[in-house]
Every structure is written in C-alpha cells, then in structure tokens.
Design a protein around this ligand. Structure first.
Ligand code: FRU
Length: 496
C-alpha cells in the first residue's frame, strides 16, 4: 500500500487492477496453488465476467497471471471449479499429459449456444498446467430442461466408494442445490436435490460438498458449504454449512436448523459481513479442506472506495470438524501454509499489560497498517475489553474489537474506523455469542489486520468475523482498553 493506494492488502490476493469476486477453480498442482476468480478485465465493477488467474507458493503472496478465460459476447464465464483428470477419463488430454479440467457456468449472451440469459455448465481444459485454456466443443455439458436462468456454480468432488465425480450446483433463486454424477466429467446424470433447511435467504450460490474426518475419531462426515445472498447472519451475503451423510446419491443433513428458525440457529462459516463464495482448494496438501473465500458482500462490494482495483480474497483457512455439544461443528484456522508464511514475515513483538477502566496506547512497536496479532485477554473484573486498531492520534477514529464476558460476545465494530459513506448498507458492527468455555472471563483471538480488512479467529476457531473497512492512511495506532474493571492482556504482534 501507499498513500495513493492506501487500502491495498499485503497478505491477501487482489488483482493489480479491476474488479474481482468469487474464487473459482482452486487447485494445487506441482507445488503451486492456483486461484482463478471472477474477474472483469475491462473495469472496476462487476461485468464482462471472465476467469482471472493468480498463483502462489505460500498462500500469502500471489502473482497475477494472464486472464485464463475471457468473456465473449456469446458467453460470460461465471463461477466454477477445476479438477485434475489424472486418468484422462475425459479424453481431453492424454495418459502422459492428463488435463486440468475446469467446470464453469456459461452465462449466455447474444448468439450463444443457448438463449440469452440462460445458464448451463460447460467445460474448458488446460494441457499446460493451467496457463492456457481451450473450451470443450460439446459445451454446455449440463443444461436443465426447460432452460434455466439461474442454474450455476458447479463444484466437483471425487466420490471414492462409487468411483465417480459428484457435482453440486444450484438453482439459485429456487434455493436448491442440485447434485449430479459422472465418470468422465463430460456426461452428467442427476442424483438428487438438497433444499428446505437452514437459512433460506434470497439466492443460494456456490455450493460444495466436502468429506471430512471427525477430529479425534475414525468417523467421517460430509459437509455442505453454501453461500446465500441476501440473508446472511451479518446482513447481505453470508456462508452457512450443514453436516451430515452422503450415500452417493443424497445428502442428508443432521440436526440442521429449520428453514423458518432464527438465523442464529443455522451454522455459519463466518459472522462478519465479508466472507462469501468460499470453496476448497482441490488437491491441497494435508487432510483438511483449505478454503479460499471472497472478502466481499454483494450489499456494497460494488461501492467500496478502492481504485484501480476492487475486491480481495480472504486469508485461506483450514477447517476441522468436531463433535460439539448439540451437533457437529466446524472450527476454522488460518491455513497452515499461510500461517507459517505470516509468522516468518515480521519481527515478533510481545507485551504483557494490565489495563484498568481505561485505554492504553500500545506504543510504536504495535503501530501498523497490517499486522498479525495473537491476543489473550483475561477480564478479571472488567465488563468489556479489547483492542482499537488503526487508531487516529486524536483517538476519534479506530477499529474496535472487543469481548464482553457476561454475554460471551465478541464484537467487531467498524463504525468509527474509516470512510463508510459510500453505502448505506455498510453495516456498522458484527458480533457472535460464544459457547461457554468454562472460563468465560478469558478469551483468545487471532487477528489478521491487513490495510482494509480484519479477520478475527476466535478461541479454538469456533467462530470467525471477517470485515472490510477503509481507514485513513495516517491512522496506525493500536490501543488496549478495558471498561469498568481490570483486564490482563498478552499481545503478540508481527508487522506485515
Ligand atoms: C456469487 C455469484 C455466483 C456467480 C458469480 C458471478 O457471488 O453470484 O453465483 O456464478 O457470482 O460473478
């Protein structure tokens, strides 16, 4: 970042210029992470949807590559996925050089294969490790009859017991996930629908079915990740999940919230306003899903004041599935590779302090535009405590992260953190109520602050709050505060 580009993150994927939204085609191949994404090569707002491309070795530093697939008057390239067709089952490559296969949504324009406005699933393939892409001659490979205008977002996973690929898609405005199977990625057969539980919201988008180990047991479960917009827990776009069984045909959730239940009863991947359309990275090392999400919200993403770029990805995170009190739950952490990279990037500064009913500046060591903070707080007698980041020297502006033990609530407040007049829908604060840990006066937070975003991983990862905000360049202070009593702080920080 610089005073002329003050909100450019240093540890997140952005495009050099122009608009981006959903990550697409996330794949790890030959030691390189590939992220393709919804990208407008010609402007700084949504349109001309194409697949941009960036690569990384460490999930923190990304190198932008040429646009992989560009919109044409006939079709825009909406969200989708990539898998390695290792056995060349599609026949699009060869045994020696198996193809990388992309499944994407064709959003048809004039003179396309389907009527204007229709959406269907298509294929493209690469024989040079993702550098260049050819569209398959027989596109689209999957269409609904009658033709549908909201049939999109294919994500494919390998189903070993049946030895076939399973694709999840949505009919977005009908709030239904549709599943299909294929052995060659070209011919798809309908399996089942999933609908009618959890938060319904407006559109259902970008679904994914992942199989996960249950931590501390030999059991495995299937998890359905689902983006909804609007109707998310923090307003506008949000991501919920369901845990259950998949028998090769049907996904059956367990203990899912009813469709008419309060939003809090659904399970959410994030309680902030800016986490959407996350999918896992196909073939990523390790046995946990590694997700990349878009740090945006359709309520205001097109209005945020960054230029010449707009849109950032969230930090990659890895998921763990645990048996909670009432049901299975996901835990989120910054993905291992990303965490190691971040921990290498700056000198460690650590400070122990007790703050009593006041506010204490943490001093120049903790002043930063971007930093990774590990925070431990023990609110001995205080009723609220936390940090103010990106604070102005007069104390009037700052981004506030706090915890209140009585209600076990973590709150992230961006209302005084910077410019917000670009949209009336830029919600002021977000919060999450934690389950009791036995010692509710103590809390641990991992905070990734990066120029125009903050991602707060809470406790053992039981909740995350991801929010964008747009602070003044000069505001770099960090303070600790405690209200109506004492709080012990241990703050460890690395400037990024
Ligand atoms: C989700 C989404 C997808 C669609 C893409 C278009 O953010 O609306 O459903 O494929 O973005 O850019």
């Amino acid at each position: 970042p610089s005073p002329s580009d003050p909100w450019r993150p240093v540890a997140h994927l952005t495009a050099g210029k122009n608009w981006l939204n959903d990550p697409n085609g996330l794949v790890y191949h030959d030691g390189i992470y590939h992220a393709f994404y919804q990208y407008n090569p010609h402007g700084n707002s949504w349109g001309n949807m194409s697949w941009g491309h960036s690569t990384s070795k460490d999930l923190v530093h990304w190198e932008q590559q040429p646009v992989a697939m560009e919109a044409s008057p006939e079709e825009e390239i909406f969200s989708g996925c990539i898998v390695m067709d290792t056995n060349n089952a599609s026949g699009l490559g060869s045994a020696e050089n198996p193809p990388m296969v992309a499944l994407y949504t064709s959003a048809y324009g004039k003179n396309g294969a389907l009527p204007q406005g229709a959406q269907a699933q298509s294929i493209a393939y690469s024989l040079d490790s993702g550098a260049t892409w050819q569209k398959y001659q027989g596109n689209p490979v999957l269409n609904l009859a009658p033709t549908n205008n909201n049939f999109r977002d294919p994500k494919v996973t390998w189903y070993e017991p049946g030895r076939y690929w399973v694709m999840t898609t949505v009919v977005a405005d009908a709030q239904v996930v549709k599943m299909f199977k294929s052995t060659d990625l070209l011919r798809w057969e309908f399996l089942s629908d999933f609908s009618g539980v959890g938060a319904q919201g407006g559109l259902w988008e970008v679904p994914e079915l992942v199989q996960m180990d249950v931590e501390g047991s030999t059991a495995r479960k299937w998890v359905m990740l689902l983006s909804i917009n609007p109707g998310g827990i923090a307003g506008g776009s949000g991501m919920q999940y369901f845990v259950g069984e998949f028998d090769g045909t049907r996904f059956t959730p367990e203990n899912a919230a009813a469709a008419d239940a309060p939003l809090e009863e659904s399970q959410w991947l994030d309680h902030g306003a800016d986490y959407y359309a996350a999918n896992s990275i196909s073939g990523a090392p390790g046995d946990k899903p590694v997700l990349l999400g878009w740090m945006g919200n359709w309520d205001y993403a097109q209005d945020v004041p960054t230029t010449p770029w707009r849109g950032s990805m969230a930090v990659p995170r890895e998921l763990t599935l645990v048996r909670g009190g009432k049901r299975f739950e996901l835990r989120s952490a910054i993905a291992g590779a990303a965490k190691e990279t971040l921990e290498r990037s700056g000198e460690v500064k650590s400070k122990n302090l007790t703050v009593g009913s006041s506010l204490q500046d943490l001093g120049p060591d903790f002043a930063a535009r971007s930093q990774l903070i590990e925070l431990e707080m023990d609110l001995a007698s205080a009723n609220e405590a936390g940090l103010i980041l990106r604070r102005s020297s007069d104390g009037n502006a700052g981004h506030r992260i706090s915890y209140a033990p009585e209600t076990r609530t973590v709150r992230v407040d961006r209302s005084q953190a910077g410019t917000s007049n670009f949209s009336e829908k830029f919600s002021p604060f977000h919060e999450v109520k934690l389950q009791s840990s036995g010692n509710d006066r103590a809390v641990r937070l991992t905070i990734l602050l990066d120029a125009s975003s903050v991602e707060v991983f809470i406790g053992s990862g039981e909740a995350v709050i991801s929010d964008t905000f747009f602070p003044e360049w000069d505001n770099t202070g960090s303070s600790a505060f405690s209200t109506e009593g004492d709080t012990d702080f241990l703050v460890t920080s690395r400037t990024l």
